[in-house]
Design a protein around this ligand. Structure first.
Ligand code: SF4
Length: 183
């Protein structure tokens, strides 16, 4: 039996990102990943970023730079950037920090398994599109056993450049999609 791959996710920002990190861990669970609390034994590190702070992107680049030693010791380690800095910076992240294998925007988390497979083949994997398909429909229903007594439910994502949301006052890249009422 092959040992599970380890996934380390570091989450910044609002409850939207906390929820998204849970969903990303679930999506990558299907690729044989289990979560770890330490980046040192991870096979994949994902930074789920927030753009709200001043110089947020610079702080992400600085954090990514700290993984240089880990990647040198473990060339198979994959490093990904998700969340609002990923959405805002896109391909620029890979250009500025070649350590990064994968960049995924908040509307594309359901595509993480394909992106991870691409990264495993040694290709750069980027998706910051606003796909036609709805990620809420594509992400699998949450297994009941994994839900605690409380859980986050996204009703609507709304942090847009034209109409910043109540919880996110910055003009971040659009992140607006309503969850279908039946899900
Ligand atoms: S929606 Fe706003 S507060 Fe939430 S992670 Fe993105 S930038 Fe940060």
């Amino acid at each position: 039996m092959t040992a599970p791959k380890k996934l380390f996710i570091k989450t910044y920002g609002c409850q939207m990102n906390v929820y998204d990190s849970e969903r990303m861990a679930e999506a990558l669970g299907g690729q044989g990943y289990v979560e770890t609390s330490s980046p040192d034994d991870a096979d994949m590190i994902l930074l789920n970023t927030c753009h709200i702070r001043e110089k947020a992107a610079e702080k992400v680049y600085s954090e990514l730079g700290r993984f240089k030693g880990l990647k040198a010791d473990k060339p198979d380690l994959k490093i990904g950037v998700a969340g609002c800095v990923a959405q805002a910076e896109g391909e620029e992240i890979m250009r500025r920090q070649p350590l990064v294998d994968l960049v995924v925007g908040p509307q594309s988390y359901h595509r993480l398994p394909e992106l991870e497979a691409k990264a495993r083949k040694g290709e750069k994997a980027l998706d910051t599109e606003f796909p036609e398909e709805d990620k809420f429909e594509k992400l699998k229903a949450r297994p009941k056993a994994k839900r605690g007594p409380t859980a986050f439910l996204t009703v609507q994502e709304a942090a847009t450049s034209s109409a910043p949301s109540a919880w996110c006052p910055i003009p971040v890249a659009p992140r607006c999609r309503a969850r279908p009422s039946a899900s």
